[in-house]
Design a protein around this ligand. Structure first.
Ligand SMILES: Cc1cc2nc3c(=O)[nH]c(=O)nc-3n(C[C@H](O)[C@H](O)[C@H](O)COP(=O)(O)OP(=O)(O)OC[C@H]3O[C@@H](n4cnc5c(N)ncnc54)[C@H](O)[C@@H]3O)c2cc1C
Length: 245
């Protein structure tokens, strides 16, 4: 089995190595490990991006009898011959190829020209402000800052824009907002909102005249107004709940 990281950057620098370590475990517990060769083929100089961890992880790969082939710059996959070939002409055979494809940003960013042609948004390294847009800040995989494409990186980038307390508040707020949204999409709430949304079109708000006590008494002979007052009183009763903690 050959795992090939095709290009950098790719999502989560450790994930391909996790994959071959898990494959080693799977073939071991399946009792066929001695019949399977595992090869880790990467364009990098080692199994991981950070030197200290890379040294330790390379030793684990040796212990697990996983062959590591660095500096492999993929040129093509020859599916018929079951080989991968580098730009330097190096060829590696496989029975099963697991390839990590080139990482790109989303097409919506490319099409809208918010990003560069491969989908990464030009971002200031220090402020995370988008280079081309004053009021846009960018975090996560979509930036072009020279960091790993990792969830932990996106997490810590957020601290550049907000304090931990603010992030906690935003997170808690989003959870509460989800609860509110859940209530708002209940059929009764939607029916009420739907009818309320018709009001501006049916009421002559601009032509409404001031109403004193006598006019109000006179107007109450109108059955619709009477019914409306009933609804208003019922809604007013509900408003009392706003005072409750
Ligand atoms: C196999 C694997 C293992 C990984 N393991 C780890 C790990 O152990 N630790 C770690 O830190 N990182 C890990 N990562 C990397 C991590 O998942 C990413 O770096 C992280 O999710 C990036 O977060 P993000 O919010 O920038 O982008 P994403 O998580 O990709 O979020 C982008 C969101 O935008 C949505 N979207 C896309 N286009 C549109 C559109 N047009 N309209 C609306 N929404 C849209 C997508 O559906 C997606 O939900 C791993 C990645 C992979 C693939």
């Amino acid at each position: 089995m050959v795992l090939n990281v095709v290009e950098v950057p790719y999502k989560c620098p450790i994930a391909p190595l996790e994959f071959v370590f898990m494959a080693d475990w799977f073939f071991t517990v399946s009792g066929v490990r001695d019949k399977v060769e595992i090869e880790f083929v990467t364009p990098l100089d080692n199994v991981f991006t950070k030197p200290v961890a890379a040294k330790a992880l390379a030793q684990v790969a040796v212990q697990k009898k996983i062959k590591v082939t660095p500096y492999f710059d993929l040129a093509q996959v020859n599916a018929k011959e079951k080989t991968i070939e580098s730009h330097k002409g190096q060829t590696i055979g496989y029975d099963l190829l697991v390839a990590i494809p080139p990482n790109m940003g989303d097409h919506v960013l490319i099409d809208s020209e918010v990003s560069d042609p491969i989908g990464f948004v030009a971002t200031n390294n220090a402020t995370l402000q988008a280079e081309k847009f004053d009021r846009v800040y960018v975090i996560g995989d979509t930036t072009n800052v020279p960091t790993s494409k990792a969830g932990s990186v996106a997490h810590y980038m957020a601290y550049t824009l907000y304090s931990p307390e603010q992030l906690q508040q935003i997170g808690d707020g989003l959870v509460r907002l989800t609860g509110v949204l859940h209530k708002l999409v209940a059929p009764e709430a939607l029916d009420l909102l739907d009818k309320a949304a018709d009001l501006p079109a049916s009421a002559d708000v601009a032509g409404a005249k001031p109403v004193g006590l006598f006019r109000l008494i006179g107007a109450l002979s109108d059955p619709k107004l009477k019914a409306g007052m009933g609804v208003a009183l019922e809604l007013t009763r509900g408003l009392a709940a706003l005072r409750e903690p």
